[in-house]
Design a protein around this ligand. Sequence first.
Ligand code: PMP
Length: 338
Amino acid sequence: MNRAQGKWIWMDGKWVAWEDAKIHILSHVVHYGTSVFEGIRCYDHPELGPSIFRLQDHIRRLYDSARIYRMEIKYPFEEMERTHCEAVVKNELGACYLRPVVYRGFDNLGVNPFGKPVEVAIAAFPWGKYLGPESLEKGVDVCVSSWRRTGPQTTPGMSKAGGHYMNGQLMKMEAVVNGYAEGIALDTQGFISEGSGENVFLVHKGILYTPATSSSILVGITRDSTLTLARELGIEVREQALPRDMLYLADEAFFSGTAVEITPIVSVDRIPVGSGARGPVTKAIQEAFFGVLDGRRPDRYGWLTPVKGTTAAQAAGAARATAVAAGSGASRSTREGE
Ligand code: PMP
């Protein structure tokens, strides 16, 4: 993967040149992984211009992640929304990736995070296909990881926290050294959990399955979008505990995530998934998903926030109003658990 490169990064109220966006080496985050973050994509929509996908849901998850770790984000929601839009404009970007991060900075060493300042940065930069340019069509080969996802009694999986990704790195490294694109972890009970940075879906006898929130998953926003679009397509969906065997017996499988979007899984542990190529349900969901992003389908749920010409809050309001006017009755509450 190429080195990320943008122009400006917002750091606690200031736009700092990319090269100068630095923190002190003794910052708490460097030693103890004390951060929460998001990965967000902006798409170049033909009518709306650059538009951020599910910005409000991502920002809400950022606040939720911080809340679990008792980190107070000192900026109001609307300012965070606006700043994400500004990050795209200021960096003169169209389609891109946004990375907000909230972390504990420097005060003194010691595990106790209290008293260490909570700082916020927002970066925007170009980013291509996470698992390679052909992965969306050709799919990827994956393995079941020998590493388990951490249990709910160890780290809170619903927080997208930096430190949690040490576990994900072990999964990813093991997969890569063994020649796989990605690893899928089981939860502490042995049920399917997720990839190092993606949720997992399976199609079996026409039903779409994905692990429930009790299987130590990050509750993905793309997962929620997938469930919403699948229901719209008339596909039966089930969120439940899934034994590992289902990976080998599935007719189709795919990953969902901001980085991977919807990426087919074509083999697990060298056993082909179904026919060993992208299947029809995966393709239909991809078309529905990318259709919203490239303007071929209406944005029924107000998922897109255009970055230009208006404040983010106004844009989000307009998008929701359009969604309601379109008769979908949809709102931001499509998020898991709401
Ligand atoms: N699980 C993990 C561990 C992740 O890092 C991600 C990426 N944020 C996901 C699932 C997918 O979440 P989302 O669709 O919100 O990007």
